[in-house]
Ligand binder design. Structure first.
Ligand code: PRX
Length: 656
């Protein structure tokens, strides 16, 4: 683990107050209201969450105990019975929202669809009945490998409805990555599409599924349900593969939501860590429903007339919590877009905002930086006056990008919520409440009520204001991950043992460095472990290294992140070759392609640097700190005395 330094910390003093017009109509209207709420939640988090759970959600049966905390294992709303699909759909059907748009979808080639709550409910029920016909029962894991089409959300809600945990795998992952995840989760069925549109081309999703399942390589999978999207020719394996449009014929749209135990697993979502293969983050039902509901309501300041758009893919946690579950639980209109920013269509996001009159817009800093480069004449040529609130997520936002977003997209009237959270936290943890907390460009500001966040040293002691430290959370919260799927021990080691428990109090360690300023604002400084973020996508350096060494030419590999203006970080791989290979441009290309095949295009190294050896300590550990400096073209600072062979470093420096 790298100790956080404060070298990179920004000294940013600009403060942006929400307008009184915004605050007066907001869910949380002033700093004082936020502080009162925060203090109340801090004094008794259990009572705070219990009150909200009662007020905001439908329970088939009330819980016996709000929190059962056996560190590091939490159970929320013990013995409560609930169904998140019911909370997202059925309960709105008896209100005026029945005919409100639940999901607006804009397809990449310009097709579109709107589903009201009543229509979405019907689709979900039919989908759930088809899953049942294919033998899916409560507790069976279903893999979802889909493009950004309504059926992705429909499949998730259908699984939740019948109590089958889903594991969504981002459509950009390769067949190999998909196979690993299906095997780890022992998925019984895969929902996919013939293909999806991505940046003007078709992603052959079904072909990838075929590859993943070839030679019985994922033996738990019995059936594949295929949604038709791109209409190209695909192979359909008799007995295993079924078209959704065939099976839905004559299927009933009556499918009551299964009362689930609050702690029943809702989904597994794989994410990268600093060691080993990606881990299956397990989320359960009741606490996740409550926390995503409350954070969506207060942070995005939802009003019933809003059109809300989060640009994430449903393959990531942001898509789970803030396209599907949080917004629908609140009865909001959530927009889903199949396209992605690209040079061939530099105004695509702004067109969608104009077309649908989007009021709340939530995206990633990497997208904002790409748009800055494309030029502000694109957004300026569209009517963005419907926007009321902006958000960012996934990585630190640099103040320049923040200011551009504020000025050009928000017209200097929209507050920006810079939201810090993780796959593991289930929902947003540190963020402005937009009507209450003045913002500073680059700071996620203050913790959400009920979240006891802190910055500490390795012994668990709080560090002084403005000093760098480790970001931790002191008290369990409803949507925290429950475990690593099938590996409680890894869960304990990864998140709860880096920082020593003090007086028996366990701290959740997020893997990020942070600083808190004099106003109690948090400044997240990025990962302190070997996790890198490329365009907001989280990748473990070890995963990429394993992919590289699985190629016959590679003897050893070390991967580091290099700062990149748009993507945040770029992947640089230092590689030593087996003796019968020598460096060449072709080999570089081949190795990049190999990583894409093993993991997916998101992990393609920007650079591969061949070397005769890698800098190591005398105990044989690769000194990544030195490689990071080399990749960034910086002077090598700090101690190099533990290097086993100094000439390795000198040689690498000469070659750069
Ligand atoms: O390093 C932090 C960064 O993204 C990590 C979590 O990645 P993932 O699980 O893929 O979830 C991304 C979407 C929630 C964190 O450990 N991160 C996320 N949001 C921010 C951030 N870093 C700084 N500021 C943020 N707002």
């Amino acid at each position: 683990m790298t100790a956080p330094t404060i070298e990179s910390i920004l000294h940013e003093n600009r403060l942006f107050q929400p307008s009184s017009e915004f605050s007066n109509q907001a869910q949380i209207k002033s700093l004082q209201d936020y502080e009162q709420l925060y203090e109340r939640a801090k004094a008794d988090p259990v009572a705070f969450w219990a009150e909200l759970a009662e007020q905001e959600l439908h329970w088939f049966q009330k819980w016996d105990q709000v929190l059962d905390w056996q560190p590091p294992f939490a159970k929320w709303f013990v013995n409560g019975k609930i169904n998140i699909s019911y909370n997202c759909l059925d309960r709105h059907l008896t209100t005026w929202r029945r005919n409100k748009a639940a999901l607006i979808w804009e397809g990449e080639p310009g097709d579109s669809r709107t589903l009201t709550y009543a229509q979405l409910h019907r689709e979900v029920c039919q989908f759930a009945n088809v899953l049942k016909e294919l033998g899916i029962k409560k507790g069976d894991v279903v893999g979802i490998y889909m493009p950004m089409i309504p059926e992705a959300a429909i499949a998730m809600l259908a699984c939740a409805r019948i109590g089958a945990p889903h594991t969504v795998v981002f459509g950009g992952f390769s067949a190999e990555a998909l196979r690993d995840r299906l095997n780890d989760g022992k998925a019984k069925l895969v929902v996919t599409a013939d293909g999806g549109w991505r940046k003007d081309a078709i992603v052959p999703l079904k072909d990838q599924v075929d590859k993943a399942l070839d030679d019985n390589a994922a033996p738990s999978v019995e059936n594949v349900l295929v949604v038709q999207r791109t209409h190209q020719r695909i192979h359909m394996e008799p007995g295993r593969d079924h078209w959704w449009h065939d099976l839905r014929q004559g299927i009933s749209s009556d499918c009551p939501a299964e009362p689930m135990d609050s702690e029943d697993m809702l989904f597994i979502l794989y994410t990268s860590g600093s060691t080993g293969k990606p881990k299956g983050v397990v989320h359960s039902t009741g606490g996740y429903n409550l926390y995503t509901h409350m954070t969506t309501k207060w942070i995005f300041d939802l009003r019933d007339t809003d059109v809300y758009w989060c640009t994430a893919d449903v393959g990531w946690i942001t898509g789970h919590s803030y396209i599907v579950y949080g917004p629908l639980s609140n009865g909001a209109t959530t927009l889903m877009y199949e396209g992605a920013p690209r040079n061939s269509n530099p105004g695509c996001f702004w067109d969608v905002i104009e077309k649908y009159g989007v009021n709340i817009f939530y995206t990633a800093p990497t997208a904002i930086r790409a748009f800055i480069k494309m030029g502000e004449h694109h957004p300026k040529a569209r009517d963005l006056s419907s926007l009321r609130l902006l958000g960012t997520v996934g990585e630190p936002i640099n103040p320049e990008a923040w200011m551009w977003y504020y000025r050009v997209i928000g017209g200097e009237r929209c507050p920006i919520v810079d939201t810090w959270w993780q796959t593991e936290t289930g929902g947003i943890m540190i963020t402005p409440l937009p009507g209450a907390i003045p913002t500073k460009p680059g700071s996620a500001t203050r913790p959400f009520p009920g979240i006891l966040a802190d910055v500490v040293d390795l012994d668990g002691h709080p560090v002084k204001d403005n000093e760098g430290g480790y970001l931790v959370v002191r008290h369990p919260w409803p949507s925290m991950m429950r475990t690593v799927y099938g590996d409680d021990d890894r869960f304990r080691r990864t998140y709860w043992e880096h920082i020593a428990p003090i007086d028996g109090q366990y701290l959740y360690f997020a893997g990020d460095g942070a600083r808190r300023d004099d106003d109690g604002y948090f400044w997240v400084m990025g990962r302190v472990d070997d996790v890198i973020s490329v365009s907001g996508h989280r990748l473990g350096t070890m995963e990429i290294e394993s992919a590289l060494v699985s190629h016959g030419a590679v003897a050893e590999a070390a991967v580091v992140g290099k700062p990149d203006e748009i993507k945040g970080e770029e992947i640089v791989a230092f590689v030593t070759l087996e003796s019968n290979y020598s460096p060449s441009e072709e080999l570089e290309k081949e190795l990049k392609k190999h990583v894409v095949q093993e993991i997916g295009a998101l992990a393609r190294p920007g650079q591969i640097r061949f070397s005769d050896a890698l800098p190591k300590t005398r105990s044989g550990k690769i000194m990544r700190r030195l490689l990071r400096s080399l990749a960034a073209g910086q002077e090598i600072a700090g101690d190099t005395s533990t290097l086993e062979d100094r000439s390795v470093l000198d040689k690498l420096r000469e070659d750069s």
